[in-house]
Ligand binder design. Sequence first.
Ligand code: KG4
Ligand code: ZN
Length: 336
Amino acid sequence: MAEDFLTLGIETSCDETSAAVVLNGRRVLSNVIFSQIKWHEKFGGVVPEIASRQHLEAICHVTQKALDDAGADFSDIDLVAVTCGPGLVGALLVGVSYAKGVSYVLKKPLIGVNHIEGHIFANFLESSLEPPFLCLVVSGGHSHIVHVGDYGKYEVMGRTVDDAAGEAFDKTARALGLGYPGGPLIDRAARSGDENAIPFPVAHVRGEDFSFSFSGIKSAVLNYLNRMRLKNLPVVAEDVAASFQKAVVDALADKTLAAARKKNARTIALAGGVAANSKLRHELSARAGSDFAVHFPPAVFCTDNAAMIACAGYYRHKGGENSSMELNAHATLSLF
Ligand code: KG4
Ligand code: ZN
């Protein structure tokens, strides 16, 4: 592969239109993220049809800005990497079709990337991290504890049996009337709350050492809010947010550290939107002490972005993989 190899990454799996130019897989020359939040927030969540239309309107401008920010031109690009799943199929199709067009016109290789693998690879951006490591992948749709043995080599040690961690954050924020997306709003509200105010339990999954269950805590929050309203007692949203966050983070940290010990891992990495959570970052680092190095990408690389897709695509391509013009979008796409 050329010494100065430029990958154009494209990400449109949900409600962010993103394009990035990444040098040699790890150096981020540009990473443009156009958020659609203002179109979705009044509905309390992502509306798939709106997402597809907004991606269509934004994709050319976002990509051109990514090239401009990187001081590059289309003709400088060596590889086009695009998220092909999992995600909203109509939204994914915009990115996949656009990436195919760019690859065809430039006569440059195309590579379809699994969004979850992209989140894991965010850890390599602007860093010298190398596998093996243990990775906690926590996003709006996924909660997995994965041992990354090598590039593209994964062993799932545990997963959620119901809701994803991000989903629990979003639903709890909605119940509290905080707005959308819930994770960052809970994170912020929790800072001025008492995390020991309400003892919300997180269910343990019997016989499954490293698995999670988050649907129970969501119901516990709803039951608490209903009880308070029936008794005409005031709800301190900050206390609920902090107590909820503590319960979720405790469960994530306990299981992740136990899995890391079992694997004799030396490094724990965090990936996915929930990895931006300040309490999760703090708690894992504190509990890991000197037993493990804890690695987390800057928040902007944790939530959806195209730089992580360029990185994952670069390493797949380096390993000899390419996609054809038959590449399609997949709402569900398993990595593990
Ligand atoms: O990875 P991501 O951007 O999109 C998916 O692939 O799902 O993750 C989005 C999820 C949302 O549920 C959002 O509420 C959550 O990540 N999130 C957070 C924080 N920032 C984003 N959750 C907790 N604390 C945060 N600071
Ligand atoms: Zn994501």
